[in-house]
Design a protein around this ligand. Structure first.
Ligand code: SF4
Ligand code: SF4
Length: 305
């Protein structure tokens, strides 16, 4: 049987994950657990069942279809201990005409993914775009993701990776060989604070950032970009942002993309019954972002989507 990877979504015509028109493939599984994660259903590597109450017409078809008798009347009442979604059961989702049930995660082969991304090759070529691997954390399933990226390269498709940076530095040679663009996320410069916000310290991430930047800057045709999710009250203090600027200057990096916080992910926490804290944070206003942008005087800062 062909090897498969676990994919949560394939987003076509994406314009925020690198230059031009892109197809972004979201892989499941991440070693970090950021409190503000915009794709919380991508953190666990396991397949997970989600339920959207607003779509449910209370027909009870899912309960009838469930071979494990895990559902009582509607998708709202699922006994997780009986549910076999992690082993590949899709009976209730298939029975639900209202699309109120969905599974986060789908096993796909490299050929499956390649077929989807090749559909839009003309758009990539016309716009300077390509394929972006995201997640979750793409390096979490590295052997599979590497094969997929190499297959894209063979087809002449430009490749980008969004990464949290928490990976074994032994794969850096692979990254140079498979990715044209690296979009590297930075979360917090203080390791204890980083652990509090993401579940992991930051030493490996900062060291990887420097190593990958060095390799990509020394390789013609490669691009390296640092992005930082900007979360009100958690990493947006003036002193912290100045420390970020100084760290980047010292590393030889002149640009930073700030990704403003938004709260769209909160409904996914309910949908997938995820056991995580729901932050009650107000996103920055336009004026806040203008003020924060002016903190930076030594590097160029832009705001991303
Ligand atoms: S995924 Fe399968 S076992 Fe789980 S609730 Fe649905 S039908 Fe039942
Ligand atoms: S089949 Fe779908 S719409 Fe019908 S009760 Fe189940 S979840 Fe709701």
């Amino acid at each position: 049987m062909d090897e498969t990877g676990c994919v949560t979504d394939v987003q076509k015509f994406s314009v925020h994950d690198g230059p031009g028109i892109r197809t972004t493939v979201f892989f499941k599984g991440c070693p970090l657990d950021c409190q503000w994660c915009q794709n919380p259903e991508c953190i666990s590597p396991a397949l997970q069942l989600g339920y959207r109450e607003t779509r449910c017409v209370k027909c009870g078809k899912c309960a009838v279809a469930c071979p494990e008798h895990a559902i009582k009347s509607t998708g709202k009442n699922i006994t997780d201990s009986k549910c076999k979604v992690a082993s590949g059961c899709t009976a209730c989702v298939d029975a639900c005409d209202a699309t109120a049930l969905e599974i986060a995660g789908k096993r796909m082969t490299v050929d499956d993914l390649l077929r989807v991304v090749l559909d839009d090759k003309d758009y990539y070529e016309a716009s300077g775009g390509g394929v972006t691997v995201s997640g979750g954390e793409p390096t979490y399933q590295w052997p599979f993701v590497k094969k997929f990226l190499l297959a894209c390269k063979v087809k002449g498709i430009s490749t980008a990776m969004e990464t949290c940076g928490f990976f074994n530095p032994a794969i850096i040679d692979d990254l140079v060989n498979t990715c044209d663009i690296i979009l590297f996320d930075l979360k917090h410069l203080d390791s204890a604070e980083h652990r509090k916000l993401t579940g992991q310290p930051n030493e490996t991430i900062l060291s990887n950032l420097k190593l990958v930047h060095k390799r990509f800057s020394a390789t013609p045709g490669k691009k390296f970009s640092v992005r930082m999710p900007l979360v009100p009250g958690l990493n947006d203090a003036y002193e912290h942002l100045l420390a970020v600027e100084n760290f980047l200057v010292k590393t030889g990096i002149k640009d930073l993309v700030l990704l403003p916080y938004h709260s769209l992910y909160l409904q996914k926490i309910d949908e997938f019954k995820l056991k995580r804290k729901k932050l009650s944070i107000k996103p920055h206003s336009r004026e806040d972002l203008d003020r924060i942008g002016k903190y930076f005087t030594k590097i160029s800062v832009t705001f991303g989507g």
